[in-house]
Design a protein around this ligand. Structure first.
Ligand code: NAP
Length: 307
């Protein structure tokens, strides 16, 4: 369903999974008059032009943001500051700058100081993604029924915040507001630490010479393959996440290590009650996620059996 556009001109800086999904969703729902886009490499800009990603692909970030009433930074977290510095002189008064970075405190610190007076800053983070990246990986449904967290900064203009929220809702997302510090802790629990654990598990399997590579791949349906999907996520993005959400991630990993030791002890001492109670508690969490409509109840995530 499409109504009046929420923004006349939106500029997307960075043209990967999130930006391309935003573009297709904004177009489908008629949320933006014109969408301009810029990515750092000529190759990505050429692909974007080829597949019709953005109404106009620009050869500089400055050109893309000129006349935009919303600019969304869709680059890796570690690149947000330099991009903000580059576009700052071209931002029009009254424009809103937002971002989609997976970490909020570090992005606010990196971007905020560059923005001129009269430009609104409304950080955001859609909790939706896949292990794929790049301009061809996006799709209009990515944000549907997924949360997008809006993280207003001190002195954020309410009207500007609500407009960004409306945009996300228009793309099918559920929205909530949160402060940056809390956001980073919540994400350390729900996303950042789990990714690190998946990276580690896949790395360990790779190191363990007593199990051959072909066995790991052949028998991966026993659990391993679900780790590999997460561990296939973009290395640049995830390097930046850990470098910028250091404190919260280390706090959660500290807790994780303690629990892991307790489970190790239970296995060593044959404490079946401990294991059973623990697994009963974790099963209830899974049930809660399904009841909240955040994953499928189909066995094996609904994978279709072959043969
Ligand atoms: P992506 O598919 O890897 O795309 C990143 C884009 O940023 C590419 O177009 C890349 O250009 C551009 N870029 C990289 N460094 C740049 C720089 N220094 N200057 C200008 N452009 C630059 O990434 P993504 O998955 O869309 O992630 C984008 C942001 O969304 C990240 O901050 C990430 O934390 C956040 N996020 C990701 C997910 C997820 O699951 N993927 C979910 C929520 C939020 P080239 O192609 O030319 O290199």
């Amino acid at each position: 369903m499409s109504g009046a556009p929420i923004y006349n001109r939106v500029a997307l800086i960075g043209l990967g999974l999130i930006a391309s999904s935003m573009f297709w969703a904004m177009k489908r729902h008629g949320l933006a008059g014109e969408v301009t886009g810029f990515a750092r490499s000529e190759a990505t800009r050429a692909t974007a032009r080829e597949i019709g990603l953005c109404d106009r692909v620009c050869d500089s970030a400055i050109e893309a943001v000129e006349g935009a009433d919303l600019v969304v930074l869709c680059v890796p977290v570690g690149a947000m500051g330099e991009v903000a510095a580059e576009i700052a002189p071209a931002l029009q008064p009254g424009a809103t700058v937002s971002d989609v970075g997976s970490v909020k405190k570090a992005v606010i610190e990196a971007v905020g100081p560059h923005l001129p007076e009269g430009v609104h800053f409304v950080p955001a983070h859609p909790l939706a993604g896949t292990e794929h990246s790049g301009p061809t990986s996006g799709f209009a449904e990515l944000f549907e029924n997924r949360w997008s967290l809006i993280v207003p900064v001190e002195g954020s203009d309410r009207a500007a915040v609500e407009r960004v929220e409306q945009l996300w809702q228009g793309m099918g997302a559920l929205t909530d507001e949160m402060d940056a510090e809390h956001h980073d802790l919540v994400l350390a629990v729900t996303s950042h630490a789990p990714h690190l654990i998946a990276y580690t598990m896949v790395g360990v399997a790779d190191d363990l010479r007593r199990v051959t590579d072909s066995e790991v791949i052949k028998y991966s349906a026993a659990g391993f393959r679900d780790f590999t999907r997460i561990a296939a996520s973009d290395p640049t993005m995830w390097r930046d996440v850990f470098l910028t959400n250091k404190d919260a991630t280390l706090e959660i990993l500290g807790r994780f290590t303690e629990e892991l030791f307790a489970l190790q002890r239970a296995i060593r001492t044959g404490d079946g009650d401990h294991l059973f109670d623990y697994f009963t508690r974790t099963r209830a969490i899974r049930r809660g996620i399904i009841e909240a409509g955040q994953d499928t109840d189909a066995p094996d995530f609904g994978r279709v059996k072959k043969g």
